[in-house]
Design a protein around this ligand. Structure first.
Ligand SMILES: *Cc1c(COP(=O)(O)O)cnc(C)c1O
Length: 478
């Protein structure tokens, strides 16, 4: 697509929006300007293509399409059937999955669909068979009460939060922690690597219904073949949440034991992180769970978002190209270069490095908290997020870590040489930042002190670096 076509499309859209509510049109324009100026190292963010973005702004948004492809509870869904089929077809081919469900609105929603599909298959279905009932509505009040209690009395084993797991893997603040009795597995205190022996012992002792693997802040690979062996040994279903690293699976960087799809019974993901699609979620599964997964709406999901499913189809088509494989490999090359650049300047990294798209800096060696580091970096034009490190002494709010990831900067075109420059900028800021004090003069975990000369100089260097790699180069809003 030519430069002028994309600029024309976005300019026309903004003109139409401006005629109704100019503040929204201005905010959209400003968002592009802001994103162009910031050095985005948030590991869960990316930049979707103009084609993906444009696919979301149309009349598919007007359509209700509850049900599944060809079996809707609403009339007039043939075009929704088309885009949902295309998205599912691309997802199955891309990931080599027997079944794909592209309706989830987000990663959390995809996980809820997966949990309830597993509960339906392993708890509800056998209960119905035992009571010679076809449907939950056929059960007596007493039997229904027994089933409801059984559904709410199951166990889940998930990766601990401070090892890089996600709230939706059975932690109390999330609904998953209220649904399941949860226990966590973690990483070895010495190496920082996932401790498979401890995982096996926990599984044997706890006998969970579900083992969840996957993470949002673990900088290494997970051997899913090994985790499946453990799950099989205790009769658990292996669910992998690849929300963060789906792009690396799609791009064939994670293969064999490190590709979750052939090993897990069910795999969930977001579509907007390293996969670089629209904001959304997706579930891939083995045939035995397909029917239950397809009940996601209205089981736990609101009506599907056909405009987003259409954009998923476009993004998945993009992900099936050699260009995307090249992109995925560059994400990891860049992440390694970033880690090396930090290490050689004296930073401490959790696990000592990275094998994937993210790096977790333990900023306690700089004498500051994660919150102070995050704020100091933001002052200097570098956007990251604070994150706990294993056995974090500062808890989940202040933390001792900063998580950085390369999917977004790699989309902009930055390479390994630029990653060394980025590492230098990060180190300069962290090295120059000190703890602030409270009003009474005591050391504070929240406020930081950073010489404005340093933050200004780093911000200028970051802007110079980015100016060589324009974001959305084909889009000129005029
Ligand atoms: C980001 C993430 C989610 C949640 O995704 P949303 O789209 O924000 O709901 C779930 N699981 C993991 C592992 C994630 O990293």
């Amino acid at each position: 697509m030519s430069i002028s076509t994309e600029s024309t499309a976005f300019r026309a859209a903004l003109d139409v929006i401006r005629s109704v509510e100019p503040r929204v049109a201005d905010a959209i324009g400003q968002e592009l300007a802001d994103q162009r100026e910031s050095l985005k190292l948030i590991a869960s963010e990316n930049y979707a293509s103009p084609a993906v973005l444009l696919t979301m702004g149309n009349w598919f948004s007007d359509k209700y399409a509850e049900g599944t492809i060809g079996r809707r509870f609403y009339a007039g869904c043939r075009n929704v059937d088309t885009v949902e089929s295309v998205a599912a077809e691309h997802a199955k081919a891309l990931f080599g999955a027997p079944h794909a469900y592209v309706q989830p609105h987000s990663g959390i929603d995809a996980n809820l669909v997966a949990f309830w599909a597993i509960l339906a298959a392993k708890i509800e279905a056998p209960f119905l068979t035992e009571h010679t009932a076809k449907h939950v509505n056929d059960l007596s009040e007493e039997d229904w009460a027994v089933l409801r209690r059984a559904l709410g009395d199951q166990r889940m084993l998930g990766m601990s939060l401070d090892a890089g797991g996600h709230l939706t893997h059975g932690f109390r603040p999330n609904i998953s922690g209220k649904m399941f009795e949860q226990r966590s597995y973690g990483t070895d205190h010495q190496t920082g690597l996932l401790d498979y022996d401890a995982l096996r012992s926990a599984a044997r002792e706890f006998r969970p219904l579900i083992i969840v693997a996957g993470y949002s802040a673990y900088p290494r690979l997970v051997n899913f073949r090994l985790v499946r062996e453990i799950a099989d040994e205790v009769g658990a279903t292996l669910m992998v949440d690849m929300a963060h690293f789906a792009g690396l699976v799609a791009g064939k960087v994670l293969t064999g034991d490190f590709d979750p799809v052939p090993h897990a019974q069910i795999v969930t993901t977001t579509t907007h992180k390293s996969l670089r699609g629209p904001r959304g979620g997706m579930v891939l599964c083995q045939p035995e769970l397909a029917e239950q997964v397809d009940r996601g709406c209205p089981m736990v999901l609101g009506g599907p978002l056909p405009h987003v499913m259409a954009a998923k189809a476009v993004a998945l088509a993009e992900a099936r190209t050699p260009d995307f494989q090249n992109y995925a490999q560059r994400i990891v090359d860049n992440s390694r270069a970033l880690a090396e650049g930090l290490l050689k300047r004296g930073a401490t990294l959790v696990t000592g490095g990275t094998d994937n798209h993210l790096v977790l800096i333990d900023v306690s060696s700089y004498g500051i908290t994660g919150r102070q580091a995050e704020a100091a970096l933001l002052d200097s034009g570098v956007v990251t997020n604070r994150n706990s490190v294993p056995q974090d002494p500062n808890g989940a709010w202040y933390t001792s870590g900063v998580r950085i990831g390369t999917p977004a900067l790699t989309t902009r075109g930055l390479g390994t040489a630029e990653m060394d420059e980025v590492a230098a900028l990060i180190h300069t800021v962290l090295d120059a930042t000190t703890q602030g004090t409270t009003k009474s003069g005591a050391p504070s975990k929240a406020t930081h002190v950073l010489d404005a000369k340093v933050s200004e100089s780093v911000a200028t260097q970051a802007a110079e670096l980015l100016s060589g790699f324009p974001l959305y180069p084909s889009v000129d809003l005029g």
